[in-house]
Write a protein of this length. Structure first.
Length: 316
């Protein structure tokens, strides 16, 4: 199929976008602040300008773009195209597909950001060639997506893959979902920073970030090391529960925390294998994400290619 699609990955602080060929080649990319506080209409107007500018960057006409795939950090009604709620954006009940199609003049396919990242990694990333992939993103929260036989598995109400809200610790911290002790309250970047502050840790600059925590681990700080051990214990246990249920070929772990490399993945793999069923463990590998910040862009683009290809092939 000739032409390009636009893949758009919306985050709480930044929007990333790219123009993508059917084989995953990105010919132009850009990013800009989300500025969600300005409201959906304002954000859509800027998004329309920025995404159209990618065509200029790529040296193509906007008419060469056949459609748009968009990943949102939100609960979406995929049939109606409505955003029911985006907690990090502080938006509710937004006709997001209609707004995007009006600004861009192209058909738009929506999904949540966890599903898009999972599809991107399965398409040309760490899960390439695998029949079944669970992708987990560890950042401010913990998101997830499931890809089965090359397609996103969404479940009822498109809620499948919400691994960050697995109930792990009944007396744990309150979660943004309204429950307590969810996995993301124990192993997200937010949880790492919170627990480190409780233990009196201070970063080199006087503040404390996830990067600071790993710097302290490298310097031999036992309190920081214990924070990482506890977080990977809980995440490994959560991944084991998911693996026992799904038995995927690959579990891909990405997000900002994964940038720490072996300091994160070695204890995580040990925890995972201490909990998962041995037969599942023999056929399931744990892998760092490959695509980094491109995962959402590429996954959104793949969603668009799948949708538009099916539309063209459908009998009239």
């Amino acid at each position: 199929m000739e032409g390009l699609v636009a893949g758009i990955d919306v985050g709480g602080t930044r929007i990333k976008a790219g123009l993508v060929f059917w084989d995953g080649t990105v010919v132009a990319r850009g990013q800009w602040p989300t500025e969600a506080r300005r409201g959906p209409e304002w954000v859509m107007r800027r998004l329309g300008r920025e995404v159209r500018a990618l065509a200029v960057q790529a040296g193509v006409e906007w008419r060469d773009v056949v459609g748009v795939g968009a990943a949102w950090p939100a609960f979406l009604d995929l049939e109606s195209g409505w955003m029911e709620e985006a907690v990090n954006l502080h938006w509710k009940n937004v006709p997001i597909r209609d707004l995007m199609e009006r600004e861009l003049g192209k058909p738009v396919v929506l999904d949540n950001d966890g599903n898009a990242a999972a599809l991107g990694e399965t398409w040309i990333g760490a899960g390439k060639g695998a029949a079944s992939v669970l992708c987990v993103t560890v950042g401010t929260g913990i998101g997830g997506g499931i890809v089965w036989e090359g397609r996103v598995y969404r479940g009822a109400l498109a809620m499948a893959g919400e691994i960050g809200h697995l109930p792990m610790k009944p007396d744990g911290e309150p979660c943004t979902c309204g429950s307590r002790g969810c996995l993301e309250t124990l192993a997200s970047a937010t949880a790492l920073v919170r627990e480190s502050r409780r233990r009196g840790l201070i970063g080199p600059s006087g503040s404390l970030t996830v990067e600071d925590i790993f710097v302290l681990v490298r310097q031999g700080d036992e309190r920081a090391s214990e924070v990482i051990r506890e977080a990977t214990f809980w995440l490994g246990r959560g991944l084991a529960a998911a693996a026992d249920l799904l038995s995927p070929d690959v579990i891909v772990v990405g997000g900002g925390v994964a940038k720490a490399g072996d300091l994160w993945f070695v204890p995580l793999d040990e925890a995972f294998r201490s909990w998962v069923l041995p037969r599942v463990a023999r056929y399931c590998r744990l892998s760092p994400a490959f695509l980094g910040e491109d995962a959402g862009i590429l996954g959104a683009a793949k969603l668009a290619w799948q949708s538009f290809t099916e539309a063209r092939e459908a009998p009239s």
